[in-house]
Design a protein around this ligand. Sequence first.
Ligand SMILES: *[C@@H]1O[C@H](CO)[C@@H](O)[C@H](O)[C@H]1NC(C)=O
Ligand SMILES: *[C@@H]1O[C@H](CO)[C@@H](O)[C@H](O)[C@H]1NC(C)=O
Ligand SMILES: *[C@@H]1O[C@H](CO)[C@@H](O)[C@H](O)[C@H]1NC(C)=O
Ligand SMILES: *[C@@H]1O[C@H](CO)[C@@H](O)[C@H](O)[C@H]1NC(C)=O
Ligand SMILES: *[C@@H]1O[C@H](CO)[C@@H](O)[C@H](O)[C@H]1NC(C)=O
Ligand SMILES: *[C@@H]1O[C@H](CO)[C@@H](O)[C@H](O)[C@H]1NC(C)=O
Length: 502
Amino acid sequence: MSLLVLMLLLFWECPTEASVPPVISFSPNWNPVVVDDSVTLTCNLDPNPEGEKRYSWYRDNRELSHYEKNYTIQHCSSNDRGNYQCQAGASEKSDAVRVDIGGPIVLQAPSTVREGDSLSLRCQSWSKDRFVYVQFYKDDTVMQPPGTGSVLQAGKALRSMTGTYRCAKLFDKHVTLTYSPKTFIYVTGAGIKPVVSINPEWGNILLMDSVTLSCNVEPTIQESPRYVWYKDGDWIREEQKNFTVKYAYEKDFGNYQCQIPGSERSESVRLDGKSGDFILQAPPTVHEGDLVYLRCHRSIKFLKSRLNTQKNITLHKDNEFITYSVTESPVLIGRADKNTSGTYKCTLVNEPRLSDELVISVTELFSDPYIKVNPGEVLKGDHMTITCDTKLSPHRETTKLQFAFYRNGHNVQGFSSSNQYGVPSAQLEHSGNYTCEVQTASERVRKMSNISHISIVARNQRVQNTVRLVLSAVIFIITLCLPFYHKKTMEVTYSQVTEKNR
Ligand SMILES: *[C@@H]1O[C@H](CO)[C@@H](O)[C@H](O)[C@H]1NC(C)=O
Ligand SMILES: *[C@@H]1O[C@H](CO)[C@@H](O)[C@H](O)[C@H]1NC(C)=O
Ligand SMILES: *[C@@H]1O[C@H](CO)[C@@H](O)[C@H](O)[C@H]1NC(C)=O
Ligand SMILES: *[C@@H]1O[C@H](CO)[C@@H](O)[C@H](O)[C@H]1NC(C)=O
Ligand SMILES: *[C@@H]1O[C@H](CO)[C@@H](O)[C@H](O)[C@H]1NC(C)=O
Ligand SMILES: *[C@@H]1O[C@H](CO)[C@@H](O)[C@H](O)[C@H]1NC(C)=O
């Protein structure tokens, strides 16, 4: 029985591998590249696929006619500047990496810098003139006394090293320093994953409506001067944190993602739209616990054509009347739970042609929790750890959860941020029916796990159990082998018989 549970848990742990996009690496790993130098971009797919693959390369979302794993730019010029993506076979497109080209003097850093990497900076110039000294600056402050080496080992990258860098060289024949342009270095860390928001927050709009998309990072994380935006996986020409689509066209509808250079890409957020004069609007995703607003919205063209006619707008859910209004103000439906899912409909009284329907399905904020016990079989005196496992919706990964534990319905650990309950030395009386409960800090969403029966086993009992297990294994093997044995003897008998008959 416990073996079965263990096997189930093992399968549970198996990651469900989605198609992982490739990652572009630089060789040599310096960016910006100095004019006339060369650089090789490699399209790395992990795990490395067997056999030949056709690779595709894109610069600023234009396909390049190059189909190999490596893309080498010889004698870089400003034409090679751009945002590169690659694709291996039918994989998704990689994150976009920007290749900057500079000169006569540039401050170079690795193309992406992750927390904990050892960070080196290089002051590179195309001039082969001898120089007297090199100076590095971070946020306009001198980093250390001038030296004669072009490379500065800045040590282990910390998030606080994010900033604007530049360098300067004093050449032999010059009297003044020659400064590089500024380079912004963003030290990304695990867990930097922005969230795309739409403002106003409707996931569906009418053609020619205006909408703003924002790339949000947690307030504790430093903003970047540059953002990378994707639509349907393709790099798009937007570098701001916010961008506004003033008049939406069909080409603007799709799945949007953003990132800070080198960070994880956000979950994608869908912006949908349709032509026409009337639409029921809802947020792109509705999670349990959200306050849900809906809006019945008419096009500007329609409003202009029917000046001064205040029409009654009604909202229905699953064909039942909810409310009516004469303005377009969003209507509060309530806090989302599973019952909020349904088909909603806006109609305009006396305008039979005008109505719009939308299916809303509420997404789980976090999955039903379940209990995991470590070790699988708890012996008397062992340290027992009970873990309460759940998974947050990828759109709401930063939600803070609280966990509580119960044995036979009695609380053994109140709500706290720890998803573990530990017993240093388990005794028989710690056996029982365990459940755990998970809630959001705001207490708006709360879920209880199924019962998990845990029995603490005395050590001598374990020996008995082992003996039982071994015995049953032996019996199992015997019963398995018996038919074969039987078959064999029958064959032997048969051949003996035929032999006799001869
Ligand atoms: C691709 O480039 C890398 C780095 O320069 C190099 O190590 C590798 O051998 C190249 N592979 C091919 C197939 O050219
Ligand atoms: C981006 O948009 C949000 C709301 O949409 C606004 O609060 C914020 O000030 C904007 N930020 C910038 C940098 O424009
Ligand atoms: C709008 O419809 C509701 C319900 O059908 C009705 O009670 C109300 O009088 C109507 N209001 C207007 C301004 O037509
Ligand atoms: C959903 O509706 C059903 C029946 O109307 C009700 O019994 C149940 O408690 C509701 N669930 C929630 C989470 O409100
Ligand atoms: C534990 O749950 C089982 C059924 O799930 C029940 O038969 C048993 O009585 C419960 N034990 C206690 C101590 O509540
Ligand atoms: C809890 O038990 C129910 C009914 O046995 C089952 O359908 C559900 O999958 C269980 N939930 C979890 C998280 O294991």
